[in-house]
Design a binder for this molecule. Structure first.
Ligand code: 9MG
Length: 282
């Protein structure tokens, strides 16, 4: 079965092989690159470099979602992400995703050229469903999170992790349908690290393939996350090998999109896996 997702301006994203989503944080407080790319020009240069390294999707975000991160006002988030999306669009026809939960930021980002709305709150904030319903060509990533970033790591609890996340996806897919949003626009992401303890995160990694039952594209975001730091006692900048292992495992278990900081290294890993599965011509 061919897996593609439709995008604005008649474009399509083919997901037959896993695609790399490069992370472009436009925040002063993001957990892993410490705000180095806060300036718009730096963020755009970083974004173009990620494309050269093998990313086909860029995920531009102006609000950190790390545990305990402060909220960012809508005006501030707009100021951070819109100029970056506009500038990337001027330079490239690549797939741009906006990482936001705010309806107003979604609307302005789509107008500026975003193709995907990546919402860690799965369109549960006021107005979000209504905005994306108005732009039928834009794809949407619905991520599972228990709680809110500020408190989500305070003793997260599940009856059964995978069953509970599946029930959440079913409810959000239904909410989308009720707002006239075509299910074929949706991408699902079980949300590593979002309201999950260490055991939950590794259970999720081991059972990532369970979410294939929705027959929708799956996104995995594990890059440099604390599930590696805590298991291995590694600082954020020492988690590359673990992140690559996580990316490969998710790809093998059916992930269509892998969201990462380290694009070139992830691209190498996926190429080796692809060659082993499909052979190489000499
Ligand atoms: C914004 N963001 C941070 N981590 C993420 C993850 O794991 N998935 C998605 N979709 N977005 C994320």
């Amino acid at each position: 079965m061919k897996t593609t997702i439709c995008l604005p301006r008649g474009r399509e994203l083919c997901l037959d092989t896993p695609q790399i989503m490069g992370i472009v944080n436009v925040t002063p407080d993001s957990f892993s690159d410490g705000g180095f790319y806060y300036q718009a020009d730096n963020a755009v240069n970083q974004a173009l470099s990620l494309l050269e390294q093998g990313a086909t999707i860029l995920d531009v975000g102006g609000e950190s979602t790390r545990p305990g991160a402060p909220d960012v006002a809508c005006e501030e988030e707009l100021k951070r992400v819109i100029p970056v999306i506009e500038q990337i669009r001027r330079h490239s026809d690549c797939v741009i995703s906006v990482d936001t939960s705010k309806a107003e930021v979604m609307r302005e980002a789509i107008k500026a050229g975003a193709d995907i709305v990546n919402d860690v709150r799965a369109l549960q904030e006021p107005g979000a469903l209504e905005v994306v319903a108005q732009y039928p060509e834009v794809a949407i990533c619905l991520m599972h999170m228990q709680g809110q970033p500020r408190t989500m790591q305070n003793n997260p609890t599940y009856t059964d992790l995978v069953t509970d996340i599946k029930a959440f996806f079913s409810a959000r897919i239904l909410a989308c349908k009720d707002h006239g949003i075509d299910t074929q626009r949706l991408i699902l992401d079980p949300g590593f690290g979002f309201g999950k303890n260490l055991a939950h995160n590794y259970e999720l990694l081991g059972s990532f393939d369970s979410f294939q039952s929705f027959e929708l594209p799956l996104l995995a975001g594990l890059s440099r996350k604390s599930m590696f730091g805590h298991l291995l006692n590694r600082e954020t900048n020492e988690r590359l090998a673990a992140s690559l292992a996580g990316a490969l495992l998710c790809a093998q278990k059916g992930a269509h999109i892998i969201r990462v900081h380290d694009v070139q290294q992830t691209a190498d890993v996926l190429k080796v896996w692809h060659a082993a599965c499909n052979g190489v011509t000499i």
